[in-house]
Design a protein. Structure first.
Length: 227
C-alpha cells in the first residue's frame, strides 16, 4: 500500500488563504488504511480549518467528501460534478500524490492542493506502524535475495552485500529502528538452503525501468483495445 503523512496544518491553511469555498476530499483506499486521509481525517482537517479561519476573522465554507479511490475515473466523477455544481474555489485532497495529479488533470481552472506528503510503498507491521517494503523500481530482483528487497530496505540501496556500517544486524543510519537488510537476506537465504547464492554478483541496476527512464505507464492490451 501507499503510505503518506499529513502536511503541517499551517502549510495547508496557507494554500487556502485566498479561496472562499473549499472542498476537502479523502480517499477510502491506502490513505484511509494508514490513518492519514480517510473520512475521519477529512472531518478532523475540515474542523481544524473552520476553527483556524474563524479565529482569523475569515468566513470560509469548508466542505467535506471522501471517495472509495482517487486513482480511478469512476470514483472521482462525483467529486468533479460537485466542484462544478457547488462552485468550489479550491480542492484539498488527502489522497496520495496520485490523487492530487488525477484530480488536477480533470478540474480545469480549479486549484488542487495536497494535504499529505506521500512517503513510500509499505506494509502494516503492527497497529500504527508501517514500514517501507518496495521502491517501485520496475524490475523486481527479490527472486535473487530470498524475497527481501535491498533497493527499498537498504538505506544505501546496495545490491551486493552490506556496507561497513552494518553492526549486530542493524543499519548505521538508525540502529534502533532499521535492520540491516543484508543481514535479513543472509538469514532468509540460510533458512532456504541458498547461501551459495550470495556468491553471485548482481549486475548494476538498470534504473530506466524506474522513474529515471521517464514517466511510466502500463497498458493491458486486451482491455485497452476494447475502447
Amino acid at each position: 500500500m501507499i503510505v503518506a503523512d499529513p502536511k503541517p496544518f499551517g502549510q495547508v491553511k496557507g494554500y487556502l488563504e485566498n479561496f472562499e469555498r473549499i472542498l476537502i476530499v479523502g480517499c477510502g483506499a491506502c490513505t484511509t488504511v494508514c490513518l492519514a486521509g480517510g473520512e475521519a481525517e477529512v472531518r478532523l482537517l475540515a474542523s481544524g480549518m473552520r476553527i483556524a479561519f474563524g479565529r482569523d476573522g475569515q468566513s470560509k465554507t469548508i466542505l467535506e467528501d471522501c471517495v472509495q479511490r482517487q486513482c480511478d475515473v469512476e470514483f472521482v466523477l462525483p467529486v468533479l460534478s460537485r466542484v462544478d455544481n457547488e462552485k468550489i474555489d479550491a480542492v484539498v485532497t488527502i489522497a496520495c500524490g496520485v490523487g492530487v495529479n488525477f484530480l488536477a488533470d480533470r478540474l480545469g481552472k480549479t486549484p488542487v492542493f495536497p494535504g499529505l506528503n506521500t512517503t513510500f510503498y509499505g506494509a502494516g507491521m503492527e497497529p500504527g506502524l508501517w514500514a517501507e517494503m518496495c521502491a517501485g523500481c520496475g524490475e523486481c530482483m527479490t527472486a535473487l535475495t530470498g524475497g527481501i528487497c535491498p533497493v527499498a530496505r537498504c538505506s544505501k540501496h546496495l545490491l551486493n552485500g552490506p556496507c561497513g556500517g552494518s553492526e549486530k544486524g542493524k543499519c548505521e543510519v538508525d540502529p534502533a529502528n532499521i535492520d540491516c537488510v543484508w543481514q535479513l537476506i543472509y538469514d532468509r537465504l540460510k533458512r532456504l538452503g541458498r547461501l551459495d547464492d550470495l556468491q553471485n554478483i548482481i549486475a548494476p541496476k538498470d534504473w530506466r525501468t524506474a522513474a529515471d527512464g521517464g514517466v511510466r505507464r502500463t497498458i493491458r492490451e486486451h482491455l485497452y483495445k476494447l475502447r
